[in-house]
Write a protein that binds this ligand. Structure first.
Ligand SMILES: [Zn+2]
Length: 344
């Protein structure tokens, strides 16, 4: 087909000017190279009310992802925890069915337990993840090529990977209020993958007014809040570029600098307080190497529209060569880290 090439050239002539045209003529029509092709990561925020009352919306979300995965180049799906609300068998079965929709299409995804998946109100002193592990056990994922492993017996802490455009990504999923030993495990895993761009997912981290600084009194378990997780893990590992969480009603984002001076995107997504348990809103992180951006979009397959407001649709600059640059940077130009920051 010659016509599109012809139209394309004309358009370029008109809009871009002679210099670009000369290069387009030399290289033929401009197509997105494999290296430049945009790809997406989908975030599934708290599905607890869907599992309880609106399972058809949860099902619709995963069906939409499965249907659009190829078209939209969705490389990975991260569930942000609170899969269920009331800990009933019925809810777990409905959640299981929704997530199986992704599995049937071979779409890589990860899960983390939220507070509802972890704490039984009748005994708030212990982590009771028996049902979580019954339905989303390590065994469920062991034969998946994207699943790299877990910590201890269960799947509360697990690590996954995917590649896109020649870049490797690691998704480190951490339990609700991660214990020190879970953080130490994550630290080892992240350090063992220095060439991976790392996303950390955990249920509570960023709240509406910054990182979470308390452990809820009603949950009497030992663990680290968002600020402690930043101090003990995130800021110390230069290849972590993003932290995603749910739990706190709303949407918020901030960018912080780690000890090496690199940017870390911190992103809260949770729509469960809206109508119908969240109206089906889910997050799409569109990585665009060509634009050097990450576009964050919020879309509902239930309402069939994009959430068009600055709170829900925004963007970040993203340097896809950041790891290579980090490695080549002479150590004396690196910002000094505080020597007295010992891991507690
Ligand atoms: Zn929660």
């Amino acid at each position: 087909m010659n016509t599109p090439w012809f139209n394309h050239t004309l358009l370029l002539l008109f809009f871009v000017g002679f210099a670009s045209v000369a290069s387009a003529q030399k290289n033929g029509p401009k197509e997105e190279s494999a290296e430049e092709q945009a790809f997406r990561v989908a975030l599934l925020p708290d599905t607890q009310i869907y599992s309880l009352r609106y399972p058809e919306i949860y099902q619709l979300q995963t069906e939409w992802i499965a249907q659009e995965a190829q078209n939209k180049n969705i490389k990975f799906v991260i569930h942000l925890g609170d899969i269920i609300n009331d800990r009933t068998e019925r809810e777990w079965k409905l959640a299981d069915a929704a997530m199986k929709t992704l599995e049937k299409k071979g779409i890589p995804y990860s899960v983390v337990p939220g507070n509802h998946d972890t704490i039984d109100k009748k005994n708030p002193k212990v982590r009771d993840t028996q049902k979580y592990n019954e339905y989303f056990s390590p065994e469920r994922f062991l034969n998946k090529k994207w699943y790299l492993g877990n910590f201890e017996e269960g799947n509360e802490n697990n690590v996954c990977e995917f590649t896109a455009n020649g870049h490797s990504f690691l998704v480190v999923n951490l339990e609700y209020l991660p214990r020190d030993k879970a953080i130490a495990w994550a630290d080892r895993v992240i350090k063992e993958h220095p060439n991976h761009n790392v996303i950390v997912a955990t249920h509570t981290y960023l709240g509406l007014s910054g990182r979470d600084r308390v452990v809820p009194k009603k949950d009497q378990i030992q663990g680290n809040n968002g600020q402690q997780l930043w101090d003990k893990l995130i800021k110390r590992n230069a290849n972590v570029f993003m932290v995603v969480n749910g739990h706190f009603y709303g949407s918020r984002f901030q960018q912080s600098k780690n000890l090496a001076g690199g940017k870390v995107i911190e992103l809260l997504t949770d729509y469960q307080n809206l109508a119908n348990g969240g109206n089906g809103w889910l997050r799409l992180l569109e990585f665009s190497p060509a634009d050097k951006k990450i576009y964050v979009k919020t879309y509902s397959p239930y309402l069939q529209r994009v959430f068009e407001s600055p709170e829900h649709t925004f963007e970040f600059d993203f340097d896809f060569g950041r790891l290579e640059k980090m490695r080549s940077r002479p150590s004396k130009t690196r910002p000094k880290t505080k020597a007295n920051h010992k891991l507690k």
